[in-house]
Write a protein that binds this ligand. Structure first.
Ligand SMILES: *Cc1c(COP(=O)(O)O)cnc(C)c1O
Length: 223
């Protein structure tokens, strides 16, 4: 029952209103069930086909978050059931999500992934690109998506002050976008930031959602 203990320990660090997303990528259904038995309901996955394969094996009251790079042609695998797509990094992808959501007669909540790290390998939109997306007619005409906030990943470094600065930047982007485009929409409220190594810093900077994998499930074995 190590998983249950890990979840309890992390939850003690979370202020009220901060959601814990258990990142279960690469982990089998049995492992996810262990976390479910400990009361965890929000899980994060980063591959569309892996998530689509796990979905029918697990309880239907799980809320599935998609947190990885998503190709437009893979959206259909998760569109029927996904709770929140956190990693929208282009208007094209948002368009594909809107289309598949319509086919499933639903609205899919999304976050815009914002680029805040120093590393060129990390994905996401700049603030200017996010503004352009939100100002486009294509976006304004979408009926089957709802943008609920932003997501970001800090640089992988021991330098806490750098991580703090990057999270602070994400919060500032969130506030700028909210006041420019969502001033009377209470649905724009999420700042998804913080992973196993940096979630305490993220909470200090206003995170509303932490995405934690290895501190719950142990190290991942990539094949
Ligand atoms: C894997 C992953 C996480 C969780 O990382 P840990 O270091 O295992 O907590 C969080 N966010 C994203 C986008 C990920 O891909």
């Amino acid at each position: 029952m190590k998983i249950a203990e890990n979840i309890q320990k992390i939850k003690q660090d979370l202020p009220p209103g901060v959601q814990l997303i258990a990142v279960s990528k690469t982990k089998p259904a049995e492992t996810i069930l262990e976390a479910f038995a400990a009361g965890q309901r929000h899980f994060g996955e980063n591959r569309a086909q892996e998530l689509a394969a796990k979905f029918p094996l697990l309880p239907s009251d799980i809320e599935w978050h998609f947190i990885g790079h998503l190709q437009s042609n893979k959206v259909r695998f998760i569109a029927p059931f996904v709770s929140l797509i956190q990693s929208v990094d282009s208007l094209n992808l948002l368009h594909a999500i809107n289309l598949e959501a319509g086919r499933n007669q639903r609205v899919i909540p999304c976050l815009l992934e914002i680029y805040i790290a120093e590393e060129a390998t990390k994905a996401g939109l700049s603030e200017a690109e996010a503004c352009r997306l939100l100002e486009s007619d294509v976006y304004r005409n979408m009926k089957n998506i709802r943008i609920e906030g932003v997501m970001g990943m800090a640089t992988y470094t021991d330098d806490v002050s750098q991580i703090r600065q990057e999270f602070r930047m994400l919060r500032r982007v969130f506030e700028n976008l909210r006041s420019a485009y969502f001033s009377n929409a209470e649905t724009f409220r999420e700042i998804s930031m913080g992973m196993s190594s940096d979630y305490k810093v993220a909470i200090g900077e206003g995170s509303t959602m932490v995405r934690i994998g290895s501190s719950i499930f142990g190290e991942r074995n990539y094949i």
